[in-house]
Design a protein around this ligand. Structure first.
Ligand code: EPU
Length: 428
C-alpha cells in the first residue's frame, strides 16, 4: 500500500549511478543453471524481478549465497528437483528463461506460462519454434508449458518470424550444449542479448555474432564456472536522461555505456537538451524550451519501447505536437489516462499517440499501470505544479533500484509513504 508523494517543480541536479541491467540479470541468473560449476554474478540490481528469479532458483534447488548486496554465488551443480512456482511465474515474464536453461541441463522442462506487465499480447510461439527445431515435443496444458527432447537434441537453423528478445536468449540457452551448430537468424540485438552471450562464452561456450542479425552457437559439452558482472541498465540511464531534460536539470549519469544509449541520446538532443558523452558517463542538461519530437519504437538499435512512456512524459510540455508510435507492444499507452489527470493533452489511436504540448502539468493522484509507465509518471510529477500521489508503486520496484533515494539524491522532493488499508488499519 505504499505510495510516492512528489512535489513538482525542482530542477534535478547532481550525479546518479546506474545499476546493473534488470533484463540482463533476469536472463543471466537462469543461464547459470546450464553451468557445470558454480558462478559468481556481480552488479545485480536489487529489484523485485531479480529477487523473484533468485527465489525461483532457490525453490528449484540451486544453492544461492549472497557475497554482498549485489553479488551472488550460484551453485546449480546438484540435482534440481523443485518446480517453478506458479505464483512467481505469473508475475514475471523472464520465467520463460527457465525453459531454455532447464532443457539444456535436463533435456526437459516444465514451467507455468509466464506473466509480466500488461502491455499487450505476449505469445511464446517463437520460443516453442526453437525448442521444436532442436528436437523437442512442446505442449501447453493446464497452464504449464512442457518441453521434452524426443531423442537427442541437435543443432538446427532457425529463422525468427519476428525479432524477439526473449526467444533469442532462450535459443542461446537451449543451444549452448546442443551438439552441432545452431544458426539463429533475424535475432534481437539488444545489449542484454550480447551480455548473455558474453557470460556464456566466459564459461567456455561457443556463441558468435551476438549483437548482429545472425547468431551461431556451436554446442559444447562442458561449461566451467566463473565471475561475471552484469552490464549497466540502459533503460534506467535513459529514464534519468529524460528526467533531466524534463526538469531543466543538469545530471551526470554514471556507470553507463554511451553506445547503448545512442537512439535515446538522439531524441533527447532533438527535444532541446544538451547531451555530453564520456567514456562511462553521460551528462544531460535540460533546456527551458522543450521541442516536439516524433518517436517510433523499434528493436535495438532503434528507439526502445521501454523508453516510450518516459519520452512521452517529457514531450507533454513540449512547445508543439509530437507523434509517438509504439511498434513492439499492442497496448502500451495505458498510462496516458494517468497523464491526462495531470493535464496532459494526448490522443491515442491504436499504436499512435499524438502529444500536444501544454504549458504546465498539475499534480494529481495517479496509478502506475506498469514499470516504465511508473517511471513516466514520476517524471511528469517532478515537472508538475503541486503535489502528486502515485499508487501501485510495486510496478517500478520491479526494475528500478533505490529509485526514491536516487531521485532524492538529485534534489527531487519525493517521499515514499505507507498508507494502511482498512484491514491493516484495524490491526494497527
Ligand atoms: N512475440 C511473439 N512471439 C514470441 C515472442 C514475442 O509474437 O514468441 C512478440 C511480442 O508479442 C512482441 C514482440 O514479439 O510484440 C517483441 O517481444 P519480445 O520477445 O522481444 O519481448 P520480451 O522478451 O517478452 C523483453 C523485455 C521487455 C521489452 C521487450 C522488447 C525482458 C524480461 N523483457 O520482453 O521489457 O519491452 O523485450 O524490447 O527482457 C520492460 O523491461 O519494461 C519490458 C517490458
Amino acid at each position: 500500500m505504499d505510495k510516492y508523494i512528489i512535489k513538482g517543480g525542482t530542477r534535478l541536479l547532481g550525479r546518479v549511478q546506474v545499476s546493473g541491467a534488470k533484463n540482463a540479470a533476469v536472463a543471466i541468473l537462469p543461464a547459470v543453471l546450464v553451468s557445470d560449476e558454480p558462478c559468481i554474478i556481480e552488479n545485480l540490481p536489487m529489484v523485485s524481478d531479480v529477487t523473484d528469479i533468485i527465489d525461483i532458483m532457490t525453490v528449484l534447488g540451486a544453492g544461492i549465497e549472497f557475497i554482498d548486496k549485489r553479488t551472488v554465488r550460484v551453485d546449480a551443480t546438484g540435482v534440481l528437483s523443485g518446480g517453478v512456482p506458479i505464483e512467481k511465474a505469473r508475475g514475471i515474464r523472464a520465467a520463460y528463461y527457465f525453459l531454455g536453461a532447464l532443457l539444456s541441463r535436463d533435456r526437459r522442462a516444465s514451467v507455468p506460462m509466464p506473466g509480466g506487465d500488461d502491455i499487450g499480447t505476449r505469445p511464446i510461439d517463437q520460443h516453442l519454434k526453437v525448442f521444436s527445431a532442436l528436437g523437442c515435443d512442446c505442449d501447453v496444458e493446464y497452464g504449464i508449458v512442457g518441453i521434452k527432447a524426443k531423442k537427442n537434441l541437435s543443432g538446427a537453423r532457425i529463422f525468427f518470424d519476428i525479432v524477439t528478445v526473449g526467444a533469442t536468449i532462450n535459443a542461446m540457452l537451449a543451444a549452448v550444449k546442443t551438439p552441432g551448430q545452431t544458426t539463429l537468424e533475424n535475432v534481437a540485438k539488444e545489449p542484454h542479448i550480447v551480455d548473455v552471450a558474453n557470460f556464456l562464452n566466459s564459461l567456455g561456450a561457443d556463441i558468435r555474432g551476438a549483437g548482429t542479425d545472425v547468431i551461431k552457437v556451436r554446442g559444447v559439452n562442458f561449461l566451467h564456472g566463473g565471475s561475471y558482472s552484469i552490464v549497466p541498465d540502459q533503460i534506467e540511464a535513459g529514464t534519468y536522461m529524460a528526467a533531466a531534460a524534463a526538469t531543466e536539470g543538469d545530471i551526470l549519469i554514471e556507470g553507463v555505456i554511451p553506445k547503448h544509449l545512442e537512439s535515446i541520446t538522439d531524441k533527447i538532443r532533438l527535444s532541446g537538451a544538451t547531451v555530453e558523452e564520456y567514456d562511462d558517463a553521460i551528462r544531460v542538461r535540460g533546456d527551458k524550451k522543450i521541442s516536439p519530437v516524433s518517436i517510433k519504437t523499434m528493436p535495438h538499435p532503434g528507439f526502445p519501447t521501454d523508453m516510450q512512456s518516459q519520452m512521452t512524459a517529457l514531450l507533454c510540455r513540449a512547445s508543439g505536437t509530437s507523434v509517438v508510435t509504439e511498434s513492439i507492444w499492442d497496448s502500451r499507452f495505458k498510462y496516458v489516462d494517468e497523464l491526462r489527470r495531470m493535464g496532459a493533452k494526448i490522443q491515442v489511436d491504436g499504436k499512435v499517440a499524438v502529444v500536444e504540448g501544454v504549458e504546465r502539468l498539475t499534480g494529481a493522484p495517479v496509478r502506475m499501470p506498469d514499470i516504465r509507465a511508473g517511471a513516466a509518471l514520476i517524471i511528469a510529477a517532478l515537472t508538475a505544479d503541486g503535489t502528486s500521489e502515485i499508487d501501485d508503486i510495486y510496478h517500478i520496484e520491479r526494475g528500478y533500484e533505490d529509485v526514491v533515494d536516487k531521485f532524492k539524491g538529485l534534489g527531487a522532493d519525493i517521499e515514499q509513504i505507507f498508507i494502511p488499508d482498512e484491514v491493516t488499519k484495524r490491526a494497527l
